[in-house]
Design a protein around this ligand. Structure first.
Ligand code: CP3
Length: 355
């Protein structure tokens, strides 16, 4: 996985899934039957166990840390809940310039100071991964992650999930100074959350800009991307452990066909592509040789086996256009997906060899 992210082509294409830990797994639902999502994220024993579940069950080549993009905000004392089936909901959305000014006055260093449960959970996870890796005879890295400032800002100003992110798109033009303050502050907050996981032992990082595709490309470049670059720089600036030459960083968003080349910033090694753009076309649009990650339509988890296999093979072929390919879905695992279908994808990817 790590070699592929950095540009090598191992004989077997590595695979992991966004949202591989979660409600598609009965063992997750059993553990999560009590308590809130945020409590689960801040409980190191539970968060590390949930992180391991899909690695054990599906045989994926990496774990993604079980947490959420809003956890650094919760650590700072901002009141947020995760509504089942909807997503993060803030009790005090940032509606006015004064709301934003009050929020950005909170010191981002609090994320690091209060990040003990995250550091503990990452430590427990890497210890369990090392054990399983010994059993399997192959390395099993932990991928850390953070939300991009734009996606986090969209939740904060909207107060919750939104189809069109209108509040964020309005604010960019209506009060550019407040928008700049908010996204610059979020870059510090979310950059620290990512750095915390990497310092605690995660071997790679992914920045999720889930809603970046909702912006006009010019607005993405001027009003979203700069803060993402700052957030990624936090991870890039960390000292590397002995024997490690480079920390692999992945950048991902949904509906990003028009901005793929912009997302391919110098600090990243791999670009996550959603299911709407074929990988060979994505490679052409990027115009730079990065590792590509993706991009099976999550809906294919519900397709008959021969249909799904053909789609996987098509993606693996298209992925050959790039220097290297890490297989993934084009977005997260749907909660009602059949876990056996997810495991079957792993087997199909692992059985495939470039001709
Ligand atoms: O397995 C993994 O991918 C690791 C953990 C992970 C979660 N959220 C767990 C989770 C990661 C990497 C995220 C990131 C995240 N969170 C993103 C970016 C990725 C994306 O999907 O675009 C976003 C936008 C969020 C915000 C968020 N949190 C949403 C939209 C939801 C879904 C609401 C729902 O119930 O479907 C959540 C909740 C959430 N995050 C769950 C999980 C496992 C479900 C919580 C539950 O069990 O009730």
């Amino acid at each position: 996985m790590i070699r592929a992210l950095l540009g090598d082509r191992p004989e077997i294409t590595p695979v992991w899934f966004m949202r591989q830990a979660g409600r598609s797994l009965p063992e997750y639902r059993a553990l999560r039957s009590r308590g809130s999502m945020i409590d689960a994220c801040l409980d190191p024993a539970m968060a590390s166990e949930i992180t391991m579940q899909p690695v054990r069950r599906h045989g994926v080549d990496a774990a993604i840390f079980f947490s959420d993009i809003i956890i650094p905000l919760a650590l700072m004392g901002i009141h947020v809940e995760i509504a089942a089936g909807r997503g993060p909901v803030f009790s005090q959305p940032l509606h006015t310039t004064a709301d934003i000014a009050r929020t950005v006055a909170i010191d981002p260093a609090l994320v690091t100071e209060r990040g003990g449960p995250i550091v503990d959970a990452v430590g427990r996870t890497t210890a369990m991964l090392a054990e399983l890796s010994e059993e399997r005879g192959e390395p099993l890295p932990l991928i850390g992650f953070a939300g991009a400032p734009f996606t986090l800002a969209a939740y904060l100003v909207e107060g919750g999930p939104s189809k069109d992110h209108m509040a964020a798109r309005r604010l960019i033009h209506d009060d550019p100074a407040a928008w700049a303050d908010l996204t610059a502050w979020l870059a510090e907050v979310t950059g620290r959350f990512l750095a915390l996981q990497i310092e605690a032992g995660a071997s790679a990082g992914q920045l999720f800009d889930s809603w970046a595709g909702g912006l006009h490309p010019d607005d993405y470049r001027s009003s979203a991307l700069p803060a993402s670059v700052t957030a990624l720089a936090h991870a890039r600036a960390l000292p590397l452990p002995d024997g490690v030459d480079r920390l692999p960083l992945v950048h991902f968003g949904v509906g990003t066909g028009e901005i793929l080349a912009d997302m391919a910033t110098p600090d990243i090694d791999a670009l996550g592509v959603d299911y709407r753009v074929p990988l060979d076309e994505a490679h052409r649009r990027i115009g730079r040789d990065l590792t590509l990650q993706g991009n099976l339509d999550p809906a294919m988890l519900f397709a008959p086996e021969p249909v799904r296999t053909a789609a996987i093979h098509g993606i693996l072929e298209a992925g050959r256009s790039a220097r290297a390919h890490v297989f993934n879905l084009g977005h997260g695992v749907p909660m009602d997906a059949d876990p056996n279908a997810i495991s079957a994808v792993v087997r199909t990817v692992h059985d495939w060899r470039a001709r």
